[in-house]
Design a protein around this ligand. Structure first.
Ligand code: IVH
Length: 677
């Protein structure tokens, strides 16, 4: 009986693996969903009844289930290098000339540069045994439990060999769109792009979560080609394809620089219609002996470059310019655009910042404008296409009164922004309430934008204090359409819990002009209690590092205002904590007092956590590189910030350097494991 079952398990495994390969690798389904489910269920049932037959690499493992408590380290036997970037035709020609001058006549392979994160996958006897992130190139993290859920990565190769292959783990655009829609409905923060979503998903401890994220792979590198008698990169790609791995059909063997440029041009055009994000083209010398002869620097191979595409620009129509009012009363003109897809997502709006910005760009309503995504995330209007003007365009006119309450707008001398200073302006109110509840402020789960707006319009919340009186409306709220009993209970609990927040969250939540979460933290750490902060003179505040005269003035005047004083008294009576509860500041000579920018993915720690560590040692983390930046931390697939750092000659820490410092601080989870363990 057991023997029969064993045979059936082998049969079912083959049917399911083949079907999986045909569906996810070849995109050519051979089984219907019903058939697939039927075989899967049969296999699951046998495995349940005869656990000894359940292979570690059974197709049933695709749904996840394994939960780990921390990521183990894995040492890469051959370091995982990254590639030097080039940005234009001249730099590609220089790359080619350098190789020719050294006496070679290379053929190249052009590949798409997939915007995800690189992974290393080990197979023994044809079975997937480990998956690891790149990490600092030498030590990565064991992500086997999650990697096994990636459907396009075979659990069993078509030949029973020992092999390591490398490639990119990515999230298709459509998958990200769906995921973000779901997250939006649950009031969870959205992923900014496919790369972040892939990196976030692969770093889940629970493989069920990763399994639900629809990750995918393109395999592009074979570290030990000689073991298989392979002498050309192109043959390595073919070899890996034959093993059942997903190798990109766009890859192309080319003979000269003209063909490289043609490939780049072709995929520059096709880029926006691909189902996954690419940020460039990788150009590799095809001959592997030639690669070795050309050699390596300490970080990069000298036989390959990554050409990075310029930010994609798309034309659309500027339908209108509308004005919104922020929580500080600041008026922002916004471009209403005819919807267009830029880098895989639909853009309908773009901020135009302020009156001067619109005037500088000379925008008229009805113009054809070009749009691009700044930092690949935030849509930006680049310019009006003057040659497309018809004469029917309308001039932009800055409004004089608040679009919501009609209060006359004011512009402070020397500043570019207009403000509605009516403290009772409803728009300011809703916005300030939303801000108060938001994640970085009081973090009240369940009081997202839509719900605050609803409760405001229904009269339940008119001011911040009303949030803490919602309890008295519990019954009414539970009877509202669309709000279940349980969800209101959860909400009230979240509100109650928020009373215990550390001072900086409240301080940021109050929405004092110019006080971001980071400044709020500086103030909370410095003054410890709100009473103490309120007792400071403008002069005292001005002298505080990181504050300066404008912020000092804003803070001081905020607390002088009687309405604000009353609000704070009310909150005190409601028992909100007004004391800094965080850790005392620690000191490290390379961190304390320095300004940091983190860009790219650091494999051993998420960006928020890195910033948290830096801040706990008195460093400051900011998001953009300027001459004031002391150090830029550059991880895998960094953005333009890394280039800016080089341009400004700002010291750069790579992952290895950060690792060694953090290691010394004992903030990294250690549990080294090498593949020979
Ligand atoms: S080859 C030594 N090929 O780009 C070979 N990398 O900047 C190193 N990437 O870390 C990698 N698509 O994450 C290679 N077709 C491709 C790629 C690719 C994306 C990523 C990879 C790497 C980074 C290098």
């Amino acid at each position: 009986m057991l023997e029969e079952k064993r045979k059936r398990v082998i049969e079912l495994t083959k049917i399911l693996n083949d079907a999986n390969y045909e569906y996810y690798v070849l995109a050519n389904p051979t089984l219907t969903d019903q058939e697939f489910d039927k075989y899967m269920r049969e296999l699951e049932e046998i495995e349940k009844e005869y656990p000894e037959l359940a292979d570690n690499n059974s197709p049933t493992k695709r749904v996840g289930g394994e939960v780990i408590d921390k990521f183990q380290k894995i040492k890469h036997k051959i370091p995982m290098l990254s590639l030097p970037d080039v940005f234009n035709e001249d730099e590609i020609r220089e790359f080619d000339e350098r190789i020719r001058k050294a006496g070679f006549s290379p053929e190249y392979v052009c590949e798409l540069k997939i915007d995800g994160l690189s992974g290393s996958f080990h197979y023994e006897n044809g079975k997937l045994i480990t998956g690891a992130t790149r990490g600092d190139g030498v030590i990565g993290e064991d992500i086997t439990h999650n990697v096994k859920t990636i459907r396009s990565l075979p659990l069993t190769l078509k030949k029973p060999i020992d092999i390591e292959v490398r490639g990119e783990i990515f999230m298709p655009r459509e998958t990200l769109a769906k995921l973000n829609q779901e997250r939006g409905e649950l009031n969870l923060p959205l992923f900014q792009n496919c790369r972040n979503a892939a990196a976030g998903s692969i770093r889940q401890l629970d493989s069920k979560i990763a399994a639900g994220r629809g990750l995918d792979t393109w395999i592009y590198h074979l570290p030990n080609p000689l073991d298989y008698g392979i002498t050309k990169h192109w043959d390595a790609l073919e070899f890996m394809k034959k093993l059942g791995l997903k190798v990109n059909p766009a890859n192309r063997l080319v003979k000269n620089i003209e063909e490289i440029l043609a490939f780049i041009h072709e995929y520059g055009e096709k880029r926006s219609s691909l189902p996954y994000d690419i940020d460039g083209v990788v150009i590799k010398v095809n001959d592997l002996a030639m690669q070795e002869a050309i050699g390596y620097t300490s970080k990069y191979p000298k036989w390959a470059v990554a050409y990075k595409f310029p930010a994609e620009e798309v034309l659309t129509k500027l339908v209108d310019i509308i004005f919104t009012v922020g929580r500080t009363g600041r008026i922002t003109p916004n471009a209403v655009l005819e919807p267009v897809i830029v880098m895989g997502s639909t853009v309908k709006r773009a901020t135009l910042h302020n009156e001067d910005y619109v005037i500088e760009k000379g925008l008229k309503i009805g113009d054809t404008v070009s749009i691009r995504k700044a930092g690949d995330v935030i849509p930006e209007v680049v310019e009006a296409k003057l040659e497309r003007r018809t004469g029917n365009e309308k001039d932009f006119v800055m409004i004089k009164n608040c679009p919501i309450c009609n209060y006359p707008l004011q512009k402070k001398p020397g500043q570019v922004d207009h403000y509605c200073l009516n403290p009772k302006c409803p728009a300011r109110h809703i916005e300030s309430l939303i801000h108060f509840c938001s994640r970085k402020a009081m973090n009240i789960d369940g009081l997202g934008e839509r719900i605050v707006e609803d409760f405001f319009n229904l009269g339940f919340i008119k001011s911040i204090t009303d949030i803490y009186h919602l309890e008295t409306h519990k019954k009414d709220l539970q009877e509202l359409e669309g709000y279940g009993k349980k969800s209101i209970e959860n909400l009230l609990e979240a509100i109650l819990n928020s009373k215990q927040n550390s001072l900086e969250k409240l301080l940021f939540g109050l929405g004092i002009e110019g006080i971001g979460d980071k400044t709020a933290l500086v103030l909370a750490k410095r003054y410890k209690t709100l009473d103490n902060l309120m007792a400071q003179s403008e002069e005292d505040l001005k002298n505080l590092k990181d504050i300066g005269p404008v912020l000092a003035h804003n803070i001081y005047t905020y607390f002088q205002n009687v309405d604000n004083q009353e609000l704070i008294n009310n909150l005190k009576e409601l028992n909100l904590n007004m004391t800094y509860l965080g850790e005392e500041e620690k000191y490290h000579e390379l961190i304390s007092g320095k300004r940091f920018v983190v860009t790219g993915t650091i494999s051993f720690m998420g960006r928020d956590e890195i910033e948290h560590v830096l801040e706990s040692y008195g460093g400051k983390a900011s998001s953009s590189v300027s001459s004031k930046t002391d150090v830029v931390i550059v991880g895998d697939s960094p953005g333009s910030k890394a280039d800016k750092a080089k341009e400004l000659n700002i010291p750069i820490w790579d992952e290895g350097k950060l690792y060694s410092i953090f290691d010394e601080l004992n903030v990294i989870e250690h549990n080294e494991k090498t593949e020979s363990d």
